[in-house]
Design a protein. Structure first.
Length: 350
């Protein structure tokens, strides 16, 4: 018998609701509504208080639209999944309280979902063949991490960023080049016009791949941003700078992911998060993994912050009998459940 899971996502500046249909352990997308908050463009970044207020105004209509698009009513929902963290606490609070209210009033189970685990499940809504074990690269505005996923709910942290996340670096460099906020997509478009190799930028921490230890799979993008700032003072062409930055960032991301795939021996890899919308990253990672592993990447609307991925992850957790209490509270630093550090052969942990 099919079940319907309502997902709610309000971790940052997108108010989203979705309905996922679960049948025979397979989740399919029934509806997805995403309302982006354009007000933050004026300030060049997300203003937390404005984000919270916008969520308050939008959450009701967004949920109603998701239910209508799926052709069901709230009484037919079998469970409510809501992002509990990480993210902006005020924004998260709106979604958590609304989700609690819906679940309590309709006597349905509630499950708080980790936003990053949601990104891991996003691709399963379009790729039914994606299943552990696989290597996952999560790249977004707030996080960059490389994971070994031997099973759902079991995650080994291979490495993560030591400073700026990849998406944050893309946005900051875009701002330096006068492309506005958010700037990731605009920077990618400008980079297509740039001359490859005309400006050379460093590949941060790429050399660490040759060394066993906690930094082998670590990332760092703040220095790369500074390198762009210095190159800009030399009056280099903005398109060449965009191309140089993108090439440098992607080379590091691709090299470390490919190395992890070879080391684990897995034949599958997945790419998720907002930066996974970057076609150059997808293309280069596919090329590097050709003959070694199949790459699974969700469509752009499922890689940006969305409630469908929250519903998919929540459906899996609910199927295991997991439930959240009515005392569920949001956390800006919520860890991925089941996440443990990877142990290197040298005996050092990441």
């Amino acid at each position: 018998m099919a079940e319907w899971i309502l997902g709610i996502e309000t971790s940052c500046d997108e108010t989203s609701a979705a309905i996922v249909r679960v049948e025979e352990s397979r989740s399919t997308l029934a509806s997805l509504t995403i309302l982006s908050q354009d007000v933050h463009r004026i300030f060049g970044g997300v203003v937390p208080e404005l984000a919270s207020r916008a969520h308050l105004q939008a959450i009701g209509p967004v949920v109603e639209r998701a239910l209508a698009d799926a052709g069901i009513g709230l009484s037919q929902v079998d469970g409510v999944a809501v992002t509990a963290g990480p993210g902006l606490v005020g924004a998260l609070l709106v979604g958590v309280m609304y989700g609690k209210t819906l679940a309590f009033s309709s006597d349905r189970p509630l499950i708080g979902v980790n936003h990053l685990e949601g990104h891991l499940f996003a691709a399963t809504l379009e790729d039914s063949d994606l299943a552990p074990p696989f290597v996952a690269l999560l790249v977004s505005g707030g996080h960059t991490m490389l994971l070994d996923v031997p099973a759902w709910g079991e995650y080994r942290l291979l490495g993560q960023t030591l400073d700026d996340a990849a998406g944050e670096a893309f946005d900051k460099v875009a701002n330096l080049l006068g492309l506005g906020y958010p700037g990731g997509a605009a920077l990618e478009r400008l980079a297509r016009q740039g001359r490859p190799g005309h400006v050379r930028l460093p590949r941060p921490m790429l050399q660490e791949l040759a060394r066993e230890g906690p930094s082998q799979y670590a990332f760092s993008f703040s220095g790369l941003k500074t390198a762009v700032l210095r190159a800009r003072s030399n009056q280099d062409d903005p398109a060449d700078l965009a191309r140089a930055f993108q090439d440098a960032a992607i080379e590091v991301l691709v090299a470390k992911t490919a190395h992890a795939v070879r080391t684990t021996g897995y034949t599958q890899a997945m790419l998720g998060g907002g930066v996974a919308c970057n076609r150059a990253l997808i293309t280069q990672l596919e090329q590097r993994l050709a003959g070694q592993a199949r790459l699974s990447v969700a469509s752009p609307r499922l890689n940006t912050d969305n409630a469908a991925m929250i519903a998919a992850a929540g459906a899996w957790r609910l199927s295991r009998g997991e439930r959240s209490g009515w005392d569920l509270e949001p956390r800006d630093d919520l860890p991925i459940p089941g996440l443990v550090p990877a142990v290197h052969s040298s005996g050092m942990n990441t």
